[in-house]
Design a protein around this ligand. Structure first.
Ligand code: SAM
Length: 306
């Protein structure tokens, strides 16, 4: 009898540890993308306090080192993949020397809602897209800077996303990543890389140049890399000039009442009241916005909403 109860107790403990490991320690990554995003939606309201972001640290360890590596570009065009609650956009836009624009992309709608709230004062210098990282909706060679911080280990196919980020970076553009280290590496088998292995992969598989892995935080190293070649910066282009329609791929979206209308295929991409663009939720031809008075008004305001 006692042995039976001990066996039940041990089973419950093992089960609890497995649940803790799957849901808390590894944030759902072994359960698939849906579980990861569900958990980030669940924790979005508490994410910043869990992370304990400090403006001083974000300025000193993140924004300044990035801008020091972009010395000749006063107004860069930036893409932050898996932007979460908008850490990178906020750190950059807070800098008086930064005159660029930032697009933040994430698949957790609730993380983006937090970002939208914090970034509202920056108006059209930031755009937030609810969209997966696996296919970035921009033409190749678009951005001066692409960042993806503390997120790579939660992406299902890391190589696909690394290739996508490299594709949309302009030649000579800067890619900034993080690579996890410490105890978590042992607790997340198959999701993290040895630093040297990661650097080799970026050089030889992804084709990046000037790869450097540097000490950064307790749990992460920061990784700098450049896309091979060189092209001039096109400057801080508005979203309307770089964003590909999720349905037909044309760069032909204009702001209308309730969202963005593709002038090529007529699909409507809705925009939330908080300004987050619902790029993975399309409304068919004829949905709200098409024939509303706002269309003409906002079409002419293309660059204002950009
Ligand atoms: C640890 S947070 C990092 C957020 C932010 N980069 C930072 O440093 O605070 C990881 C983020 O990755 C996002 N994410 C996970 N999988 C994604 C995917 N496939 N596409 C887009 N975002 C994803 C999550 O929603 C979450 O916001």
């Amino acid at each position: 009898m006692i042995v039976g109860w001990l066996a039940v107790g041990a089973g419950v403990c093992v089960g609890a540890v497995i649940v803790w490991w799957l849901l808390i320690r590894t944030e759902g990554v072994y359960l698939g993308r849906g579980a990861v995003i569900w958990l980030y939606d669940l924790y979005a309201g508490r994410y910043d306090s869990i992370k304990q972001f400090e403006p001083y640290n974000e300025d000193y360890y993140l924004a300044r080192p990035i801008l020091q590596r972009l010395p000749h570009i006063a107004a860069p065009l930036v893409l932050d993949v898996a932007t979460g609650t908008g850490r990178v956009p906020l750190a950059l836009l807070d800098q008086v020397t930064f005159h660029g624009r930032v697009v933040g992309l994430d698949l957790s709608r609730k993380m983006l809602a937090q970002a939208a709230d914090k970034l509202a004062p920056y108006g059209n210098r930031v755009a937030l897209l609810h969209h997966p990282a696996e296919r970035l909706p921009f033409p190749e060679n678009t951005f001066d800077l692409v960042t993806c911080l503390e997120a790579l280990e939660f992406l299902m196919d890391q190589r696909v996303v690394l290739r996508e980020m490299t594709r949309v970076l302009r030649p000579g553009g800067l890619l900034v990543l993080t690579n996890r280290q410490g105890i978590d590496v042992r607790l997340m088998p198959g999701r993290t890389f040895e630093h040297d292995t990661f650097a080799d992969m970026l050089r030889h598989e992804i084709g990046l140049a000037q790869v450097a892995v540097e000490v950064w935080q307790i749990d992460y190293r920061i990784v700098w890399a450049r896309k091979a070649g060189y092209s001039d910066s096109a400057g801080p282009l508005p979203l309307a000039e770089i964003w590909q329609c999720p349905q037909c791929g044309a760069v032909d979206l204009v702001p209308v009442a309730g969202g963005w209308r593709c002038l090529s295929c007529e699909v409507l991409v809705p925009e939330g009241d908080d300004g987050v663009i619902e790029a993975n939720r399309l409304l068919p031809d004829g949905a709200a916005g098409k024939n509303e008075p706002g269309r003409d008004v906002v079409t002419s305001a293309r660059t204002d909403r950009g």
